[in-house]
Design a protein around this ligand. Structure first.
Ligand code: ADP
Ligand code: MG
Length: 468
């Protein structure tokens, strides 16, 4: 039924990376394991306390707005959104209602309606055995960005692509780690058919669940409409076990929240945050980086994708390539890419490390590739050296010297081995003399085995030719 077109609008929350919380000086530490450590009278809402605005959080949101080509609201303000829940000590959340920080923007062809700043709630820990709940306020008051799109998204795939690109941009900007599993990024999807009545999908904590929930919901709504039924406006959650969306509550309206201006925080002019300086601090963004890397290094989409996924990895790659070019004009950047994405990633993953833990300097990786390309070491030997570099962070040349691994090119040293091999392999020698050139490769291989891979194969071949 092609006239049933899904329409999806997204509301994406991201916890911002700041030193302190949104309205007080308690630490914003997502890794804190002990409950209720990073709290103070302000974020615990003791009566008589006053909020102060975290400048870094506002700057983060303005940066996101600028990066997405949005208009920054000249005057912005905070509002109270009133509701009760045990994880919300104030009984209201400080958010932004009619004057958000960012008024527009665009990403992946999806229009952005607004981006605003608010505070996160605490977390509840439910104990099913005793039917009791505990509350941890470490997260209460952590700066939270909310981005709202127009209903321009047309499928679950487009939702995931949008959310992943946003996640990457937030990381590039350094404003959020945006880890879905840790709840640092949360996706809410408003789903309807042809802009009819929408349902809001909430509490989805992975990209996979988001895709499954949206696909399910589109199908559910289509089937209901085809049967002549109606869609009820409601909030639905994802039941991972039953693989379906389930009604959670009928949707509340804005007037239920009794929004009103936060009386303790006056409206403010955003120009005081200095847009020009914030613009300068925006790095090359993923989209531009993909285009540039592809043309500059002749990489395909997949290769570029791997690099751009991690800003540090892409930077490392470019630095290593530039070091390699300094050593040899005809060096191939793809050799660097291959070592980075296969061998090194393998070592990093095997040790359960992350890329940032890598001890090898880009110039040392470049040096290794240069040693291989110039025939000073073989690719098998390179693997061992790379493993040592990974452990120690040393330059490959240093490792060659200290481990006595230097390739032997000295004829005087190699001739003895050649003579031994000739003596031990009379039939191969006879074959070679009859014109079977492949036998030379075999003999060189025998010599390499005796030399534990350290012989220079070209020099060895020459000595064989001379002595046969
Ligand atoms: P509400 O007032 O119900 O909260 P909003 O107009 O504020 O709705 O929109 C919230 C989100 O829902 C936005 O992302 C918007 O794009 C999306 N949205 C609005 N109407 C629809 C619709 N009919 N179908 C799908 N998404 C919609
Ligand atoms: Mg709304």
């Amino acid at each position: 039924m092609s006239n049933y077109r899904p329409t999806i609008g997204l509301e994406i929350h991201a916890e911002l990376k700041t030193h302190t919380k949104m309205f007080c000086d308690s630490l914003n530490d997502p890794d804190e394991k002990h409950p209720n450590v990073n709290v103070c009278p302000v974020c615990l809402s003791h009566p008589g306390t006053l909020p102060t605005i975290n400048k870094q959080a506002v700057e983060h949101v303005i940066k996101v707005g600028l990066a997405l080509g949005g208009k920054i609201n000249p005057v912005s303000k905070f509002d109270r959104k009133n509701y009760f829940y045990p994880d919300l000590p104030k009984g209201y959340q400080i958010s932004q209602y009619d004057q958000p920080l960012v008024l527009s923007g665009e990403l992946n062809g999806v229009r952005i309606r607004r981006i605003h700043l608010e505070e996160d709630t605490g977390t509840l820990i439910h104990d099913e055995k005793t039917y009791s709940s505990l509350v941890d306020f470490n997260r209460a008051g952590v700066p939270l960005m909310e981005l709202v799109t127009e209903p321009d998204v047309k499928s679950a795939d487009e939702t995931i692509a949008f959310a992943k690109e946003l996640q990457l941009i937030l990381r590039y900007l350094g404003v959020s780690d945006a880890d879905m599993e840790k709840g640092q990024m949360r996706i809410e999807a408003n789903v309807s058919i042809n802009m009819g009545t929408k349902t809001e999908l909430k509490n989805i904590n992975s990209f996979r669940f988001a895709r499954e929930a949206i696909e399910y919901e589109i199908k559910r709504q289509k089937e209901a409409l085809e049967k002549g039924g109606e869609i009820e406006q409601e909030t639905r959650g994802w039941d991972e076990n039953k693989k379906r969306t389930v009604s959670q509550r009928t949707k509340e309206e804005a007037h239920d929240y009794r929004y009103f201006p936060e009386p303790d925080l006056p409206p403010f002019e955003t120009s005081v945050f200095g847009f020009e300086n914030l613009k300068i601090s925006i790095p090359e963004l993923p989209k531009e980086k993909r285009t540039r890397l592809a043309s500059e290094y002749s990489l395909n989409e997949k290769q570029v994708g791997v690099l751009v996924e991690d800003m540090a990895l892409a930077e490392y790659f470019e630095e290593a390539v530039s070091e390699l070019k300094a050593l040899s004009a005809k060096a191939d950047p793809k050799a660097i890419l291959n070592y980075l994405t296969s061998d090194l990633m393998g070592l990093i993953n095997a040790e359960k490390l992350v890329f940032a833990d890598l001890k090898i300097e880009p110039e040392h990786l470049a040096h290794l590739v240069f040693l291989i390309e110039s025939g000073k070491i073989g690719s098998r030997q390179a693997k061992d050296i790379l493993a040592k570099m990974f452990e120690t962070g040393l330059d490959p040349e240093e490792i060659l010297t200290s481990e006595g691994l230097h390739t032997i090119s000295d004829e005087a040293e190699l001739i003895k081995v050649v003579q031994e091999v000739i003596k031990e392999n009379p039939s191969a020698v006879a074959d070679y003399k009859k014109g079977k050139t492949a036998s030379l490769q075999f003999l060189v291989g025998q010599a390499m085995a005796k030399l534990k891979g350290r012989g220079n194969p070209e020099v060895l071949a020459k000595i064989f030719e001379k002595n046969l």
